[in-house]
Design a protein around this ligand. Sequence first.
Ligand code: UD1
Length: 363
Amino acid sequence: MKILSVVGTRPNFMKIAPLVEEFEKHNVGHVLVHTGQHYDREMSKLFFDELEIPKPDADLGVGSGTRDEQIKSIKEKLEPIMNKEKPDVVVVVGDVNSTLAAAQTANKLGIKVAHVEAGLRSFDNTMPEEFNRIETDKISDFLFTTEKSGNSNLLEGGISKDKIFFVGNVMIDTLLRHKRKARQSKILEKLYLGKNDYCTLTLHRPSNVDSKKDFEYILSILGKIQEKIKVIFPIHPRARKNATLYGLDYKIKNMKSLVLIEPLGYLDFLCLMSNSKFVLTDSGGIQEETTVLGVPCITLRKSTERPVTVEQGTNLLVSVDKDKVVEKVISVIDGRADLNGKIPELWDGRAARRITKILLGNR
Ligand code: UD1
């Protein structure tokens, strides 16, 4: 059995780590390819080091660009590698451009595709990730889902039942494995923070930071929130670039209780989230991580592809409306928010084990 896995962006690294570990345990021939979609040290190398992911066998170095440029370049560079390695299965994770490009390359060459985190749907077609999810699922042979909504979405989309496997969440495998180590992080001391006396903010969705008007509106919300609680903002390169492009840097700097920091490594960020009063985000994965940590998550989006985090977890989907967000923040600070923190089914640290068993059983 030979597996070739493809990763490209920060959230992919947490998802591949437990799989690589399982593949090694079972002596599976494994080739790891990094597309290079994310390339900054703190967006990439740091995660390989902290999560002990082996150095990729190949780095395509595609870097930034438009979506079409990224996908085209990944396909061109990946095809000869897949032709040479001739894997039985190509594993892709998540919903980023690298995920779709790798799935399409494998599909073209007649190699089976395993999609980890299949079936999630926001039903918002303006999100690039939604397109990537749908197109990747269409051509996958193994569809590994994290929550039951994924199974229903796939069945409704006409995917055959025998290709769908509800296995749990590999991102949570990684979180549970590193939780203890993250407690040793010195990030709170470094930033002079105490448990629950701040909130953590992440922001990078195109819908929030890719136009001056939207970004400015978000900043006006943050202006209100930082009057109530200190906001720690490890800024994503996309948001940083656009803040400068739109001349919004000064607005961020003028907010006295909004603390801008560089993107953090996995362990520091996990520690920061775990001790936050709440997290404010437009990320997908963070909605899941906060649910497992039992930390309230206020999601600055209209929709979520991860409904189980709202139904069972600590996720409050608030959309991007100033009054609603501020009201929610106050209710969380005052302890009035209605949050039941159940851990979703099979988010137990064993998803990678289940996936490996299924892949090996289908040789
Ligand atoms: C990508 C994913 C998104 C995921 C996110 C996690 C797609 C469509 N989007 O978005 O789903 O949630 O990763 O971070 O695949 N940049 C750097 N250094 C880096 C990486 C990016 O400076 O290491 C800057 C570049 O200016 C680049 C911009 O960030 O143009 C956006 O990067 P890109 O990979 O296109 O998308 P993300 O916004 O990171």
